[in-house]
Design a protein around this ligand. Structure first.
Ligand code: PLP
Length: 392
């Protein structure tokens, strides 16, 4: 039998929409010895991890834990537990991930009302209030950081409007968590989910989630069993709670990774972490502007950790991405859906949000754009970014 060729992944700088670069401490944590999923050490680690996740989500929700699976598993876990067949649900769609939530809710049997906005725009409170009054939904789902468009959706006023209509609010915080404030308790969010490979700088594989008491009451009072055995929150509560009933084998070493990732953020401090994302975003934006490149999302509602930017006319966008990767080892993302071929998506997420990456990308991009004959002052982008850092 021939052996497989040796594993030798290239070293990249991951500046796309995720996965983001992994903090070296997180990779080291994953290589620690595996213990059993009911080992006293592991049970204690779960408690501490839950405590760390509560700090990230700024909540005291007991039911705060990590679903085994990526961000989409978190989405699915929230939807299948909160929605029963026939339930009216409103989903706000202004990009790929809102559309995905519609699909998941429809598969769970919900009667979905899809509230749409053009890509790159965000929702106003009034339109949500109106649709909630008309539909009387059980649940309103919305994405806080739409990774496909770079749009930042303010959540607090919308949560209020949803509650006034008697509904629960479910918020996708996959890209938001660890990059901008997510205030689960202060904003009264009923359920939230996230993922590990965006601003937590951890490999993909776990989905932090949090359900408040109202959401857990909805789960307890269901008429039908949750159709997913794997994602049933009541059964998962028996493992993550004090009963420690075996449900499925926890991904032990991924939990080490998430534990370390959360520790790193809490050591830095959440506010310092958000300020760092904002600073690097502003430096990148200034540098790109010097190259004639503008953000695609609505002004005033641009995400710091995901910069969706318009490809200048006449530039071969796919060639720039492939050369960034081949010649400089830098990954950035392509546009999806309505933005396909029109935008690049540049992530400055978590550990990746630092000046070295901003300078590296701007310098490389300048070189490639110059080779495609774009007119601009050589060195201007790096200088513009530098001015933002100097003015800090
Ligand atoms: C990445 C992402 C998801 C899906 O997460 P996966 O880890 O790819 O399953 C969901 N919502 C948003 C906003 C995302 O950015």
């Amino acid at each position: 039998m021939p052996a497989l060729s040796p594993l030798n992944p290239p070293i990249r700088t991951l500046l796309g929409p995720g996965p983001s670069d992994i903090h070296p401490r997180v990779l080291a944590a994953m290589a620690r010895p595996t213990v059993g999923h009911l080992d006293p050490y592991y049970l204690q680690l779960m408690d501490r991890l839950q405590d760390g996740l509560r700090q990230l989500f700024r909540t005291t929700n007991r039911m705060t834990f990590a679903v085994s699976g990526t961000g989409s598993a978190g989405m699915e876990a929230a939807v299948v537990n909160l929605v029963e067949p026939g339930d009216p649900v409103v989903v706000c769609v202004n990009g790929v991930f809102g559309a995905r939530m519609c699909d998941v809710a429809e598969r769970a049997g919900a009667k979905v009302t899809r509230l749409e906005r053009p890509w790159g725009e965000v929702f106003a409170v009034d339109e949500i209030r109106n649709v909630a009054a008309a539909v009387k939904p059980k649940l309103v789902g919305i994405v806080m950081a739409e990774t496909s468009t770079g749009a930042y959706q303010p959540i607090e006023p919308i949560a209020q409007a949803v509650h006034e209509a008697g509904a629960m609010i479910l918020v996708d915080t996959v890209t938001a968590l660890g990059g901008v404030p997510v205030e689960v308790d202060a904003w009264g969010l009923d359920a939230v989910y996230s993922g590990t490979q965006k601003c937590l700088s951890c490999p993909p594989g776990l989905a932090p989630v949090s359900f408040n008491e109202r959401a857990m009451d909805a789960v307890k009072n269901r008429k039908h069993k949750v159709q997913s055995w794997y994602l049933d929150a009541s059964m998962l509560a028996s493992y993550w709670g004090s009963d420690r009933v075996y449900h499925h084998t926890a991904p032990i070493n991924m939990s080490y990774a998430l534990y370390e990732a959360v520790s790193i953020i809490l050591e830095e401090g959440l506010d310092a972490c958000f300020a760092r994302h904002d600073l690097n975003h502003r430096a990148l934006k200034a540098g790109l502007a010097a190259l004639g490149i503008q953000c695609a999302a609505q002004e005033g509602f641009q995400l710091p950790m995901l910069n969706a930017v318009r490809v200048p006319a006449g530039v071969d966008e796919a060639k720039i991405r492939s050369e960034l990767l081949a010649r400089f080892g830098i990954e950035i993302g392509a546009g999806l859906g309505a933005f396909k071929g029109k935008v690049w998506r540049i992530g400055l997420m978590g550990y990746g949000a630092r000046p070295a990456n901003v300078y590296l990308l701007l310098a490389a991009l300048e070189q490639l754009l110059a080779e495609q004959g774009r007119p601009f002052d050589r060195g201007a982008s790096v200088a513009a970014a530098g001015e933002v850092y100097s003015a800090k």
